[in-house]
Design a binder for this molecule. Structure first.
Ligand code: SAH
Length: 206
């Protein structure tokens, strides 16, 4: 991938969740947003040649973007194995588009709370805790235990909470990228077609 734009176009062609489970807050990251965060992480030297983990990978947009940008290895971790057929289709699409065979990734079915593999960089767009309060806290704590550098999406309004958790793990927020997240109408309980929510991707380092 030669540019952020090219990456965004590629990511926009990945398949979304087939039957999103509201309890697990299965919202895909928007392709433009994912490309922006991934490209900035790549330019900062945090993707190419690195061991990357995608926590709560869903259909894989973050980890697949990392593979496309030259990660040494990507661990895709997901609780809900129903998403794996789509994830594998998306990986096949990456191979097709880049004319490359990738064997430098693992797909792991599991709960982030009991995951133990360390990484250089963790990417995550966790459940925001709208259904289970502070579901994102569990992701953040585990990520900070397992990697010195975490890119993590949260509601902008929860920054203080995120900052406190970071501090407890001797880490701090070193960057904040703000987005208006389009939460598309993929679930029955949504009324408006497109609802926008203020979301930030926090870079957290220890
Ligand atoms: N990373 C994807 C999906 C984000 S939605 C993207 O950016 O598009 C959040 C994902 O986290 C869902 O796929 C959900 O099934 C998964 N998830 C929720 N709780 C989890 C847990 N405790 N452990 C692992 N994955 C979890």
């Amino acid at each position: 991938m030669q540019s952020k734009k090219e990456l965004a176009v590629f990511l926009s062609k990945l398949k979304p969740f087939e039957e999103p489970n509201p309890k697990l807050e299965q919202y895909p990251t928007d392709a433009e947003v994912a490309a922006s965060v991934l490209w900035d992480a790549y330019m900062a030297g945090n993707i190419e040649g690195k061991h990357v983990a995608d926590f709560g990978c869903g259909t894989g947009i973050l980890g697949i973007g990392a593979l496309a940008l030259g990660a040494r290895h990507v661990a895709f971790l997901e609780l809900d194995s129903r998403v794996f057929p789509v994830l594998m289709e998306n990986l096949a699409f990456l191979e097709h588009k880049t004319d490359t065979t990738y064997s430098n990734y693992d797909i792991v079915e599991g709960n982030v709370a009991s995951y133990t593999e360390e990484a250089d960089t963790i990417l995550q767009n966790p459940p925001f805790g709208t259904r289970n309060e502070h579901a994102d806290t569990q992701f953040l704590e585990q990520a900070l235990r397992l990697a010195p550098l975490v890119y993590s999406f949260h509601k902008t309004t929860t920054k203080e909470h995120i900052s406190r958790i970071a501090k407890q793990h001797n880490a701090k927020i070193t960057n904040q990228a703000d987005f208006d997240f389009p939460l598309k109408q993929t679930m029955a309980h949504h009324k408006k077609t497109i609802e926008r929510v203020a979301i930030s991707c926090f870079t957290i380092e220890r």
